[in-house]
Design a protein around this ligand. Sequence first.
Ligand code: XCC
Length: 625
Amino acid sequence: MKPEIYEKSIDLASQKILKKAEEEGIETVWDRYEKQLPQCSFGQLGVCCRNCNMGPCRIDPFGEGAQKGICGATADIIVARNLLRTIAAGAAAHSDHARDAVLTFKKMSEGEAGSYRIKDEAKLLSLASEYGIPPEGKSPKEVASILADTLLQEFGKQDGHLLCTRRVPESRLKLWAELGIEPRGIDREIVECMHRTHIGVDNDAVHILLQGLRTGLSDGWGGSMIATDVQDILFGIPQPRRSTVNLGVLSKDKVNVIVHGHEPILSEMIVEAAEDPELLKLAEEKGAAGINVAGICCTGNETLMRHGTPIAGTFLQQELAVITGAVEAMVVDVQCVMPSLGELTGCYHTKFISTSPKADFPNTIRMEFHEGRAYETAKEIVRIAVENFPNRVPEKITIPEEKQECMVGFSAEAILSALGGSPDPLIEAIKGGDVWGIGAVVGCNNVKVTHNYGHVNLVKELIKNNVLVVTTGCNAIACAEAGLLLPEASELAGDGLKAVCKALGIPPVLHMGSCVDISRILVLSSALANYLGVDISDLPAAGAAPEWMSEKAVSIGAYVVSSGVFTVLGTIPAILGSQAVTSLLTEGLNSVVGASFAVEPDPLKAAKLMLEHIDAKRKALGLDS
Ligand code: XCC
């Protein structure tokens, strides 16, 4: 039976546009999902192997048919290998994003990327000192150049370990070393995953999964962390600011330009170009009241955090934004961009512009973005959008009125400064029980579950129980849409958390950025653990990804758990075909890295698991009041 619209999304704006799509006969991700049903159960269980051309092979989960692939691989081996390849893909996506950020940084330092500059010199110098680069006698650009070279070496490093891992508490670093999972070169870990999963290489599930943890760590404490750091130097450390979210941020009378994907390298320039007097004049000539840039997914989170640029929606709202009929240009870079946008934009006046040399899509205008002429390209893109404004078809436009205010920009540095410069007030609030614990809730939307239902209900339940929530990615956008990123949302929190939020003037849910910015959560956790003189796994903290879907989320899960944080997944990973892999990830890892995964689709039950975990950690720390 066809699901009702309210079963597709809890968000009113999305429901309105889904109705419009139905009326106009427009296909969305929800329709394509239905056409896939029932989904292949071998795939769902992770027991299908296509790693060589003797296959594909599949294992009969009922034990009646084949129990081994042609080469002899069992379900345990196949599931573990598939999971390792998923982690490798996720780590590659985050880390290749980081590489591009560092290459831009390097070009900037050599004067070959004129549109970029050092926005945060203090962060440059502090990173330089962390990497052992003395700044004396050097200009900021010279320091930047040496730092860029040092960071680039982290990708191809053949000896030693990743330098960012030195931020982790010593006990954790020691544990990683003992387990042999201290990450080495970022690219090396990813390549090794591909090697190990080639036919006839690594065929022990535990051995394969340990490489998965190491690769995840090379993302969290490598690629993602480098991306965050370099982007902060180039574009500034996010600071608290207000903005608005949801489809209602699209403007009735301004040119709407959507920036979608993950890399701020492009969107920073688009935001700037949208304020260019020449383009504003052109917009006026075309009958528009201005130029409105709005984000989707993590490109949106990056510009939101640094400029307060509004966000039009989460991953599952990218098509809905186009269906409003009010988007002049959908400008995309990499990751989480649906190829369906090509056909969809053809049904409206929207120009679909792809900008990354790595990512092409059907029916796009290709406008490759290169640092040497970044601002010029951004201007050309915005010009195309402005010139498209008169092509709007008024009867096809529906902009929902739903738009929600939010407070964002809580980098680790901003949180520290909100606390008055020291983690002390937060630690005291945790010790005293006003803040019962910390919940890190992140990750995507997934069409298999009702849009935003898991995100919003899990987070509400946590804050009700005095758990301070830190968030990134699409969870952050979902929370913003539900009004949870406002200081006023502390009314929904338990009395202790409410009092803390009121005293500090902060929301009970702190937006820490894009998905690569989960590295900020790692840094914050390390700082709190170091301050308390414990390991991260001892903290009264837990993580969750209620609606995850991307391979990046699997890599994130691997590094978060390896860092010592118990994590609840809301959608089921493709591992259930192997009892060995499932029990290792959900139980066995506890005795290895002091944390494990749980799978719980019901957000209230997921919150309960997190709360029980936090209770146990408080008790172990002697904080049982
Ligand atoms: Fe997932 Fe990372 Fe993509 Fe949103 S944007 S769908 S990866 S939460 Ni980062």
